[in-house]
Design a binder for this molecule. Sequence first.
Ligand code: SF4
Length: 416
Amino acid sequence: MAQLDISQKLTILADAAKYDASCASSGAKKRDSRDGTGIGSITGGGGICHAYAPDGRCISLLKILLTNSCIFDCHYCINRRSSNVRRARFTAPEVVDLTLNFYRRNYIEGLFLSSGIIASANYTMEQIVEVARSLREDHDFRGYIHLKTIPNADAELIAQAGRYADRVSINVELPTRQGLERLAPEKSETQIEGAMADMATVIEDGADARKRYKSAPRYAPAGQSTQMIIGADAANDRDIVRRASGLYTRFKLKRVYYSAFSPIPDASAVLPLQRPPMQREHRLYQSDWLIRCYDFSLAEVTSVADTATGMLPLDIDPKLAWALKFRGQFPVDVNRAPREMLLRIPGLGPTAVNRLLKARRYRSLRLADVARATTSVKKLRPFIICEDWRPLALTDSADLKALITPKPKQMELFAV
Ligand code: SF4
């Protein structure tokens, strides 16, 4: 590997890290150093890579790889062994210095660190853990740390990652076992899920211990997450939603991230030539929200997928697709319906539903009350009944979908 200075390494290793989508920071414990001790804070400041949390909060992270060299040869990965990219590698002290320097300049609020596999899974994991350990123990760094862990590293090393990081993630990479075997033959679904199960146990045991002993160490307080690549293998949306739902249930994941496959230079012949539509990734995120935040069951979400192809509709969101498919469930009386039915009304989110539930304790809700709780009452009207509104036969109208879905816009040919 040629001798590179820090700035050259940063250029290469920050660019190599951009393919990882799983760096949102939701759920992190708020830590700061305003008492004059320590350094770093999870909140405030400007930054390099912006990670958006589901609650809309945005934090800036130094998002880099320790190295983009790798002994594995996953077909979809630009850093795979056989790829012809320029390689670079940071030492653990270099990453620590960079993080502290960037923090002091107010560029970042935390670190997202991943890596290709150097020599062995354990050696790589030791280097990753050393960065986090040094930041926390040698420098009392209180900013956010997200570590990507290597599934076949020793359980003890993965637990140590959880000891120092706010969030850890272990990528499942592909939605199905067959996809993983075909595109990442050196990885094993059993090892990946084993590491997730170990981490779930460490987090749960740590939380239990904290209930009994205030001084017990905290393990990954922002939980664990994973990422899967969409469109690189034959998995359809139904397979993907099913896999994600299983991961949430079995390993209590905080988030599953979906990353639309993008063709890479010198791509392997087993990969598709084109990336899937971005809208597909967006619809998968929406279906994920329905399960996590709207109390939809897996069966409800997958019921809107096309029976033959297993794909979610691209032209409308899955919640609207469900409402159109099960029109018999509507209109819903916003003054009497239980929370779970209010959550199924297109256009009403959990915050709006909570507002309506609170307001209806004191008065009978009118259309204006519903309008105040949401951004567009137009989408809702065919699906609700309230004190002064009833949609007559509109819910059964065959052209309901056309009436409430946004009109397609002509794209500008040369738009930048
Ligand atoms: S192990 Fe990770 S870095 Fe290495 S080739 Fe596979 S996906 Fe890329």
